[in-house]
Design a protein around this ligand. Structure first.
Ligand code: MEV
Length: 306
């Protein structure tokens, strides 16, 4: 029997980068935006129907081995020779395509072993796989994707709690996610932030502390008074600019969102390309989406609302 498993996208509300070093982060799942991996009798790897080179197939094989190592691998030997990956999640965009690949793959590999893994064991397995793509990964992406819950996450021990959604549900607010026009490499940007620590340690410490504190305050605001998120989002973007992970494409979208009534706007994920998020009143949403210029990379905008 041919197996298939999927996983969702995510976005980071606050705490990107600081979470890698010591802090906390808030991330929310995008359950309707998904990536699926499906076994196939046709050998080779296809992504969205396009045959990929042997080097990509090799990387997926490495991922499979990394994930499979901690499970019984006997049945893996009898698995079908090909794999199809179908993804609605823009690649290298900050929306968690690699976490979704790792979670979907962990579901597939363990399902082949006769186990339907969920919760913490699934997240830990996917996290191990994500190291192949991100190098030093905090774990917030695979955990959010594996649990499909809004999480306040602590990297040091992977402790987390699911955020209450009630205040946001009744706030009349929503998040818009829009591409800055170019993809990025999370691994390279995380490494660059690590190098900045060597060059300007005092400034770096201040920024990481401020980002971490903002993430804690965002969790409180999200659960009690979501309109307060606007100020925290703007301050977080300012700190991320100081950290050197914004760019002109991101800042253009941030500016446009704010000019169109967003309460706050910031990059989401690693930065230097990727997606931007804006906090909007639902009443302002249609006007913003109708008037935005066609994106350079053709990516749709996504809306997160409850
Ligand atoms: C990537 O979505 C977020 C980063 O903080 C990296 C990580 O947490 O692993 C930049």
């Amino acid at each position: 029997m041919l197996l298939r498993r999927s996983a969702c996208a995510k976005f980071i509300l606050g705490g990107e980068h600081s979470v890698v070093h010591r802090g906390r982060a808030i991330a929310l799942p995008l359950p309707s935006l998904r990536l699926e991996v499906a076994e196939s009798e046709t050998p080779g790897l296809r992504v969205n129907g396009v045959v990929r080179p042997a080097s990509d197939a090799q990387k997926i094989e490495e991922l499979r081995t990394l994930i499979g190592r901690s499970t019984e691998t006997a049945n893996e030997r009898n698995r079908p020779p090909g794999l199809d990956i179908t993804s609605e999640i823009p690649l290298a965009s900050g929306l968690g395509s690699s976490a979704a690949l790792c979670v979907a793959m962990a579901r597939l590999v363990t399902a082949r072993e006769g186990q339907e893994l969920t919760g913490a064991p699934l997240a830990e397995l996917a996290w191990r796989g994500e190291s192949l793509f991100h190098g030093k990964s905090s774990g917030v992406d695979p955990w959010t994707v594996a649990l499909e819950q809004a999480l306040f996450f602590r990297a040091a021990d992977h402790s987390h709690r699911a955020l209450s959604l009630e205040s946001f549900r009744t706030s009349g607010l929503c998040f818009v996610l829009e591409s800055s026009g170019r993809p990025h490499s999370t691994k390279e940007i995380v490494e660059a932030v690590g190098e900045l620590r060597e060059k300007t340690p005092l400034i770096w410490e201040d920024l990481i502390d401020a980002l971490s504190t903002n993430a804690e305050n965002m969790a409180r605001a999200f659960e009690s008074d979501p309109a307060q998120l606007g100020r925290l989002i703007n301050d977080t973007h300012f700190r991320l600019q100081q950290l050197g992970v914004s760019d002109s494409g991101i800042d253009t979208v941030v500016g446009r969102m704010k000019d169109s009534g967003a309460l706050g706007a910031k990059l989401t994920g690693a930065g230097r390309g990727g997606f931007v998020l804006g906090l909007f009143h639902r009443a302002d949403l249609d006007a913003y989406l109708d008037n935005r210029p066609p994106p350079a990379d053709g990516c749709s905008a996504f809306v997160w609302e409850l």
